[in-house]
Structures are given as structure tokens and as C-alpha cells.
Design a protein around this ligand. Structure first.
Ligand SMILES: [Fe+2]
Ligand SMILES: [Fe+2]
Length: 267
């Protein structure tokens, strides 16, 4: 029987895009068919050993060329950026289940499902990009998306606060307005794609909230105070900026008190 942690290690330490996608789907099918072991296996390698492909070239946000959605090049560059977000999201889901051991089986099942959905998102966007005569890797991409993972290598609560409950939650805030822009220009394919992704992302943030509260309870800490403390400690540049999508964030497990704090406190 194949083991989930062996799949995770293979995905995290392979620089091949296609191999990573194939292994992710294979692992998920294995889980669905009851052919995947969740028993702890093999040691955990440091996050510094995680391998990214040679392309795209990674640049800091300052070095990234600015493009506007209003042009054809702007639309394809936008989807290239989103492809990269989804590609890194595959790593983020795998790394979460790989690095943090000893949790209930449901934790591993949940994050493997997320990894598989992120791989689907990436593939959908790559197909969309190719129809615009661009492939993933043809443009440079944002280098910062992996930083929060590196910062939280040894702290599960910080990882859950920063990745699903910050980075992915940000997607819930900004995506509806982007979907509205594509609706305005009559780009139905982009609207359908982004709507599908947004629906799945609510689920990813919700799982982040669920496991954040679960681990807080295990450790005997109060989740809302802990979330605030971790944001203050790990968020570079103070605090996530609004406006926040309250409706979707509530569905995704944020409390009104957390949202009030995000909206009203300046650090
Ligand atoms: Fe995604
Ligand atoms: Fe996600």
C-alpha cells in the first residue's frame, strides 16, 4: 500500500510540474479507493529542501512588470499570476500535511483533498492560458508566496493562521470584484473558471479555521486571541488589508469578533 507521506515527499521534492500533478491526483484516488496508508512514514525533511521548477523565474513584487487587465497581454499575465498562486497552493497543501504529524486522519484527508483541488485549479488555468498562447513558466512570477510557509515551518497554528486564514482568505476578499470585471467585458470563460475556484477556496479557508480551532483546543489556548497574536507576530507589514468579504469569511469559519478586529485595528 502506498503511503501519503511518501507521496507528499515526492511532490515537494520534485521540480517537475507534470509529475507533481500526476502524483497529487494519484494520491487522492488512492485515498478515495482506500488504498492509501496514513500511518507516519519516513522522517520530515527541512522546508529548505522543497524544490520548485526552473521556470517560472521568481521575482520580488517590486521587480514584477505592471500590467492592466484592460489589454490582451494584461489578461494573460493576470492568469499567469493566478496559475502561479494555484501552483504554490499545491505545495502549501502538501507541505501542511507532510510537516505536521500526529493529527487525526481527517486532517490528512482534508489537506490531500485541498492539494488535489489546487492541482485541478492549476490545470484549468493552464488550459485557459494555453488558449491565449501562453504557458505556465513563460512569464516571471511572484517570489513571496512561499515565504509564509518558510516562516512557519515549525509552528502548526502559525501555518494555519498565515496560509489558509490569511493568504487563501484574501482570495475570498478580492476574487468577487475580479469576476465582476470579467463579467463586464463579457469574458464568460474567465467568469466560470474564477467562480469555480472561489467556491472551492471557501472550503479551503473553512478547513483552515476548523483545524486552527481544533489545535487551539488541543493546546488549551483561546483561538481568537491566538489568531490575533500570530498575525501580529508573523504577518509582514502589520496586518492584512481590507476590505474583507465578511459574508464569505463567516461561511469559512471567521467569527464576527475576528472580522471586527481585522477591520478596525491598526497595528
Ligand atoms: Fe486554488
Ligand atoms: Fe486554496
Amino acid at each position: 500500500m502506498k503511503n501519503i507521506f511518501e507521496f507528499a515527499a515526492a511532490c515537494l521534492h520534485s521540480g517537475s510540474v507534470d509529475e507533481k500533478l500526476a502524483l497529487t491526483h494519484q494520491a487522492w484516488r488512492g485515498l478515495e479507493n482506500g488504498e492509501l496508508s496514513l500511518l507516519p512514514a519516513s522522517s520530515v525533511l527541512p522546508i529548505a529542501q522543497v524544490t520548485f521548477p526552473d521556470k517560472p523565474v521568481l521575482l520580488s513584487p517590486r521587480e514584477m512588470p505592471k500590467r492592466k487587465l484592460g489589454t490582451a497581454g494584461g489578461v494573460s499575465a493576470f492568469f499567469h499570476a493566478i496559475a502561479h498562486v494555484e501552483f504554490v497552493a499545491i505545495y502549501l497543501a502538501w507541505d501542511l500535511l507532510y510537516r505536521f504529524r500526529g493529527l487525526p486522519d481527517q486532517f490528512y484527508q482534508d489537506w490531500l483533498r485541498v492539494a488535489d483541488e489546487e492541482a485541478q485549479h492549476f490545470e484549468l488555468i493552464r488550459t485557459h492560458l494555453r488558449a491565449m498562447h501562453l504557458d505556465y513558466g513563460d512569464l516571471p512570477a511572484h517570489s513571496g508566496l512561499w515565504d509564509h510557509a518558510k516562516d512557519t515551518e515549525g509552528d502548526l497554528l502559525a501555518r494555519l493562521a498565515m496560509v489558509p486564514r490569511c493568504m487563501e482568505a484574501r482570495g475570498l476578499d478580492v476574487t468577487p470584484a475580479i469576476i465582476a470585471k470579467f463579467k463586464n467585458i463579457g469574458d464568460d470563460a474567465s467568469v466560470a473558471l474564477l467562480t469555480r475556484i472561489l467556491t472551492d477556496e471557501v472550503g479551503h479557508v473553512e478547513r483552515g479555521s476548523y483545524w486552527f480551532k481544533f489545535v487551539c483546543e488541543q493546546q488549551g489556548v483561546e483561538p481568537e486571541a491566538k489568531y490575533r497574536q500570530l498575525i501580529e507576530q508573523y504577518y509582514r507589514g502589520g496586518k492584512p488589508k481590507g476590505p474583507f468579504n465578511r459574508e464569505m469569511r463567516i461561511i469559512a469559519g471567521f467569527s464576527d469578533a475576528e472580522l471586527d478586529w481585522l477591520e478596525n485595528t491598526t497595528l
